[in-house]
Write a protein of this length. Structure first.
Length: 389
């Protein structure tokens, strides 16, 4: 393809600027980090300094006050350029819980510092080893004692915990058998990990198939000031759910970016690689998987756009956000498969970056929500079929 695979007309300038920033972080940079499972500190600093990670923070709190589609354009471009937003994407949406449900004092205390980069809010502690997707069964318990909460329990897959100052934590504050609905009795806290690390908080990294800086996190009588409770005690599950549509649409944007990267890479390679005296891209068997994945990506992209428009208009967008996440993840996976296959043996060589991106994009079939759970959402909440779990 002679034209770059940019199909959305919106936020053209942002895309152009992000593209220039990403050019400073080529494949070699990511490859070296991948080898040692290192954190892309310089890349995250560059995004922070350029104001991209505070895109969704309103101007009155020091951010750029942009809409979700602009944030999506930033992350999509990061991925389309071969970089990886997973090192910092959560900061864009986790702060939404503080913005929507925090007190004015909390917003003043945290948001401007997050916007400037003085404070990092990269860690999101929801998933636990025993409860998995069944979030309301989580066991981490925060017991009120005077002006503080004492937290005991464990989280898993808490990404970026070692590279964050703050963690947004979901914990039980009332036992499950003492609440009317299982979604009650959960609360959300801002944990200052600079104060608690080594004092009740232990972080243990987990080595995974891709470089994602995920961790296990243990709480042993960790103390959190009561002032760090977000909103009302017992309503935390709703606050977390509230932010999930934004999360899904942003992750979907990353998948669209990945699909564009894989497709551009595939097209360039198959036009250039000659076998049997002609470009391999002249064979329909090579062309079709690439073309199919491109069509899937374009369809998913429309849904991402529709979801962002509804989100920005303050309308319910659960249907679009869930479907966009699933279809964009499917499109990026199809594009990854086509790319690896069309590269033949070279697809497995690290220097082509294909195998790295292939490992990275596979995650989005499982996290932050797995495909089955998206399908269950559509079946139950969109189509009205009985709840299956
Ligand atoms: C690299 C990585 C980073 C992550 N980062 C974070 C993070 O920062 N913070 C955080 O809180 N979490 C994080 N997660 C956790 C992630 O959100 C979960 O892994 C994901 O939601 C799936 O939960 P689980 O792993 O417990 O799988 P399980 O809930 O055990 O599910 C396993 C499989 O069974 C299927 N399944 C389960 N129940 C049903 C059902 N009722 N019907 C049909 N299928 C079902 C699922 O679809 C899945 O495929 C991360 C995970 C990974 C791998």
């Amino acid at each position: 393809m002679d034209q770059p695979l940019i199909t959305q007309e919106r936020h053209v300038e942002i895309r152009e600027e992000v593209r220039k920033l990403c050019a400073r972080f080529p494949g070699e940079y990511w490859r070296k980090l991948d080898e040692v499972r290192g954190y892309p500190t310089e890349f995250v600093r560059a995004l922070t300094e350029a104001g991209y990670l505070s895109a969704l923070i309103p101007e009155e709190y020091g951010g750029s006050g942009l809409g979700l589609s602009a944030a999506g354009a930033i992350l999509e471009t990061v991925h389309a350029e071969g970089c990886n937003g997973a090192a910092c994407h959560a900061q864009m949406y986790i702060m939404g819980t503080i913005l929507r449900h925090g007190s004015e004092q909390q917003k003043q205390a945290y948001l401007p510092k997050i916007a400037s980069g003085e404070l990092r809010l990269q860690a999101f502690g929801v998933t636990e080893p025993t409860s998995g997707t069944d979030t309301t069964s989580l066991r981490t318990f925060a017991r009120r004692e005077g002006d503080r909460y004492v937290v005991n329990g464990q989280k898993i897959w808490t990404s970026r915990a070692e590279h964050s100052d703050l963690m947004l934590l979901l914990a039980r504050t009332t036992a499950r058998n003492e609440v009317r609905r299982k979604t009650d009795g959960l609360s959300t806290f801002i944990v200052d990990m600079r104060e608690t690390l080594g004092r009740g908080l232990t972080i243990r990294p987990i080595r995974t198939m891709m470089n994602h800086n995920s961790c296990e996190v243990f709480f042993d009588n960790m103390q959190v000031p009561a002032a760090n409770l977000v909103g009302e005690e017992g309503r935390g599950f709703r606050y977390i759910l509230d932010g999930m549509n934004a999360e899904r649409l942003l992750i979907a944007s990353e998948c669209i970016g990945d699909a564009k990267w894989f497709t551009a890479k595939s097209v360039a390679y198959v036009k250039d690689r000659h076998v049997f005296g002609r470009p391999i891209g002249q064979n329909q068997g090579v062309q079709f998987p690439i073309a199919r994945a491109y069509a899937q990506m374009r369809a998913a992209e429309l849904l991402v756009r529709a979801g962002c428009e509804k989100f920005e208009a303050g309308q319910p967008c659960g249907e679009e956000a869930n479907m966009a996440k699933m279809l964009a993840a499917d499109a990026s996976w199809a594009a990854a498969e086509a790319c690896l296959q069309s590269h033949g043996g070279f697809g497995f060589a690290e220097e082509y970056d294909v195998e790295r991106k292939y490992r990275e994009t596979r995650l989005y079939q499982v996290a932050p929500i797995s495909t089955n759970l998206v399908l269950s959402y559509i079946a139950e909440h969109v189509l009205g079929m009985p709840r299956s779990y």
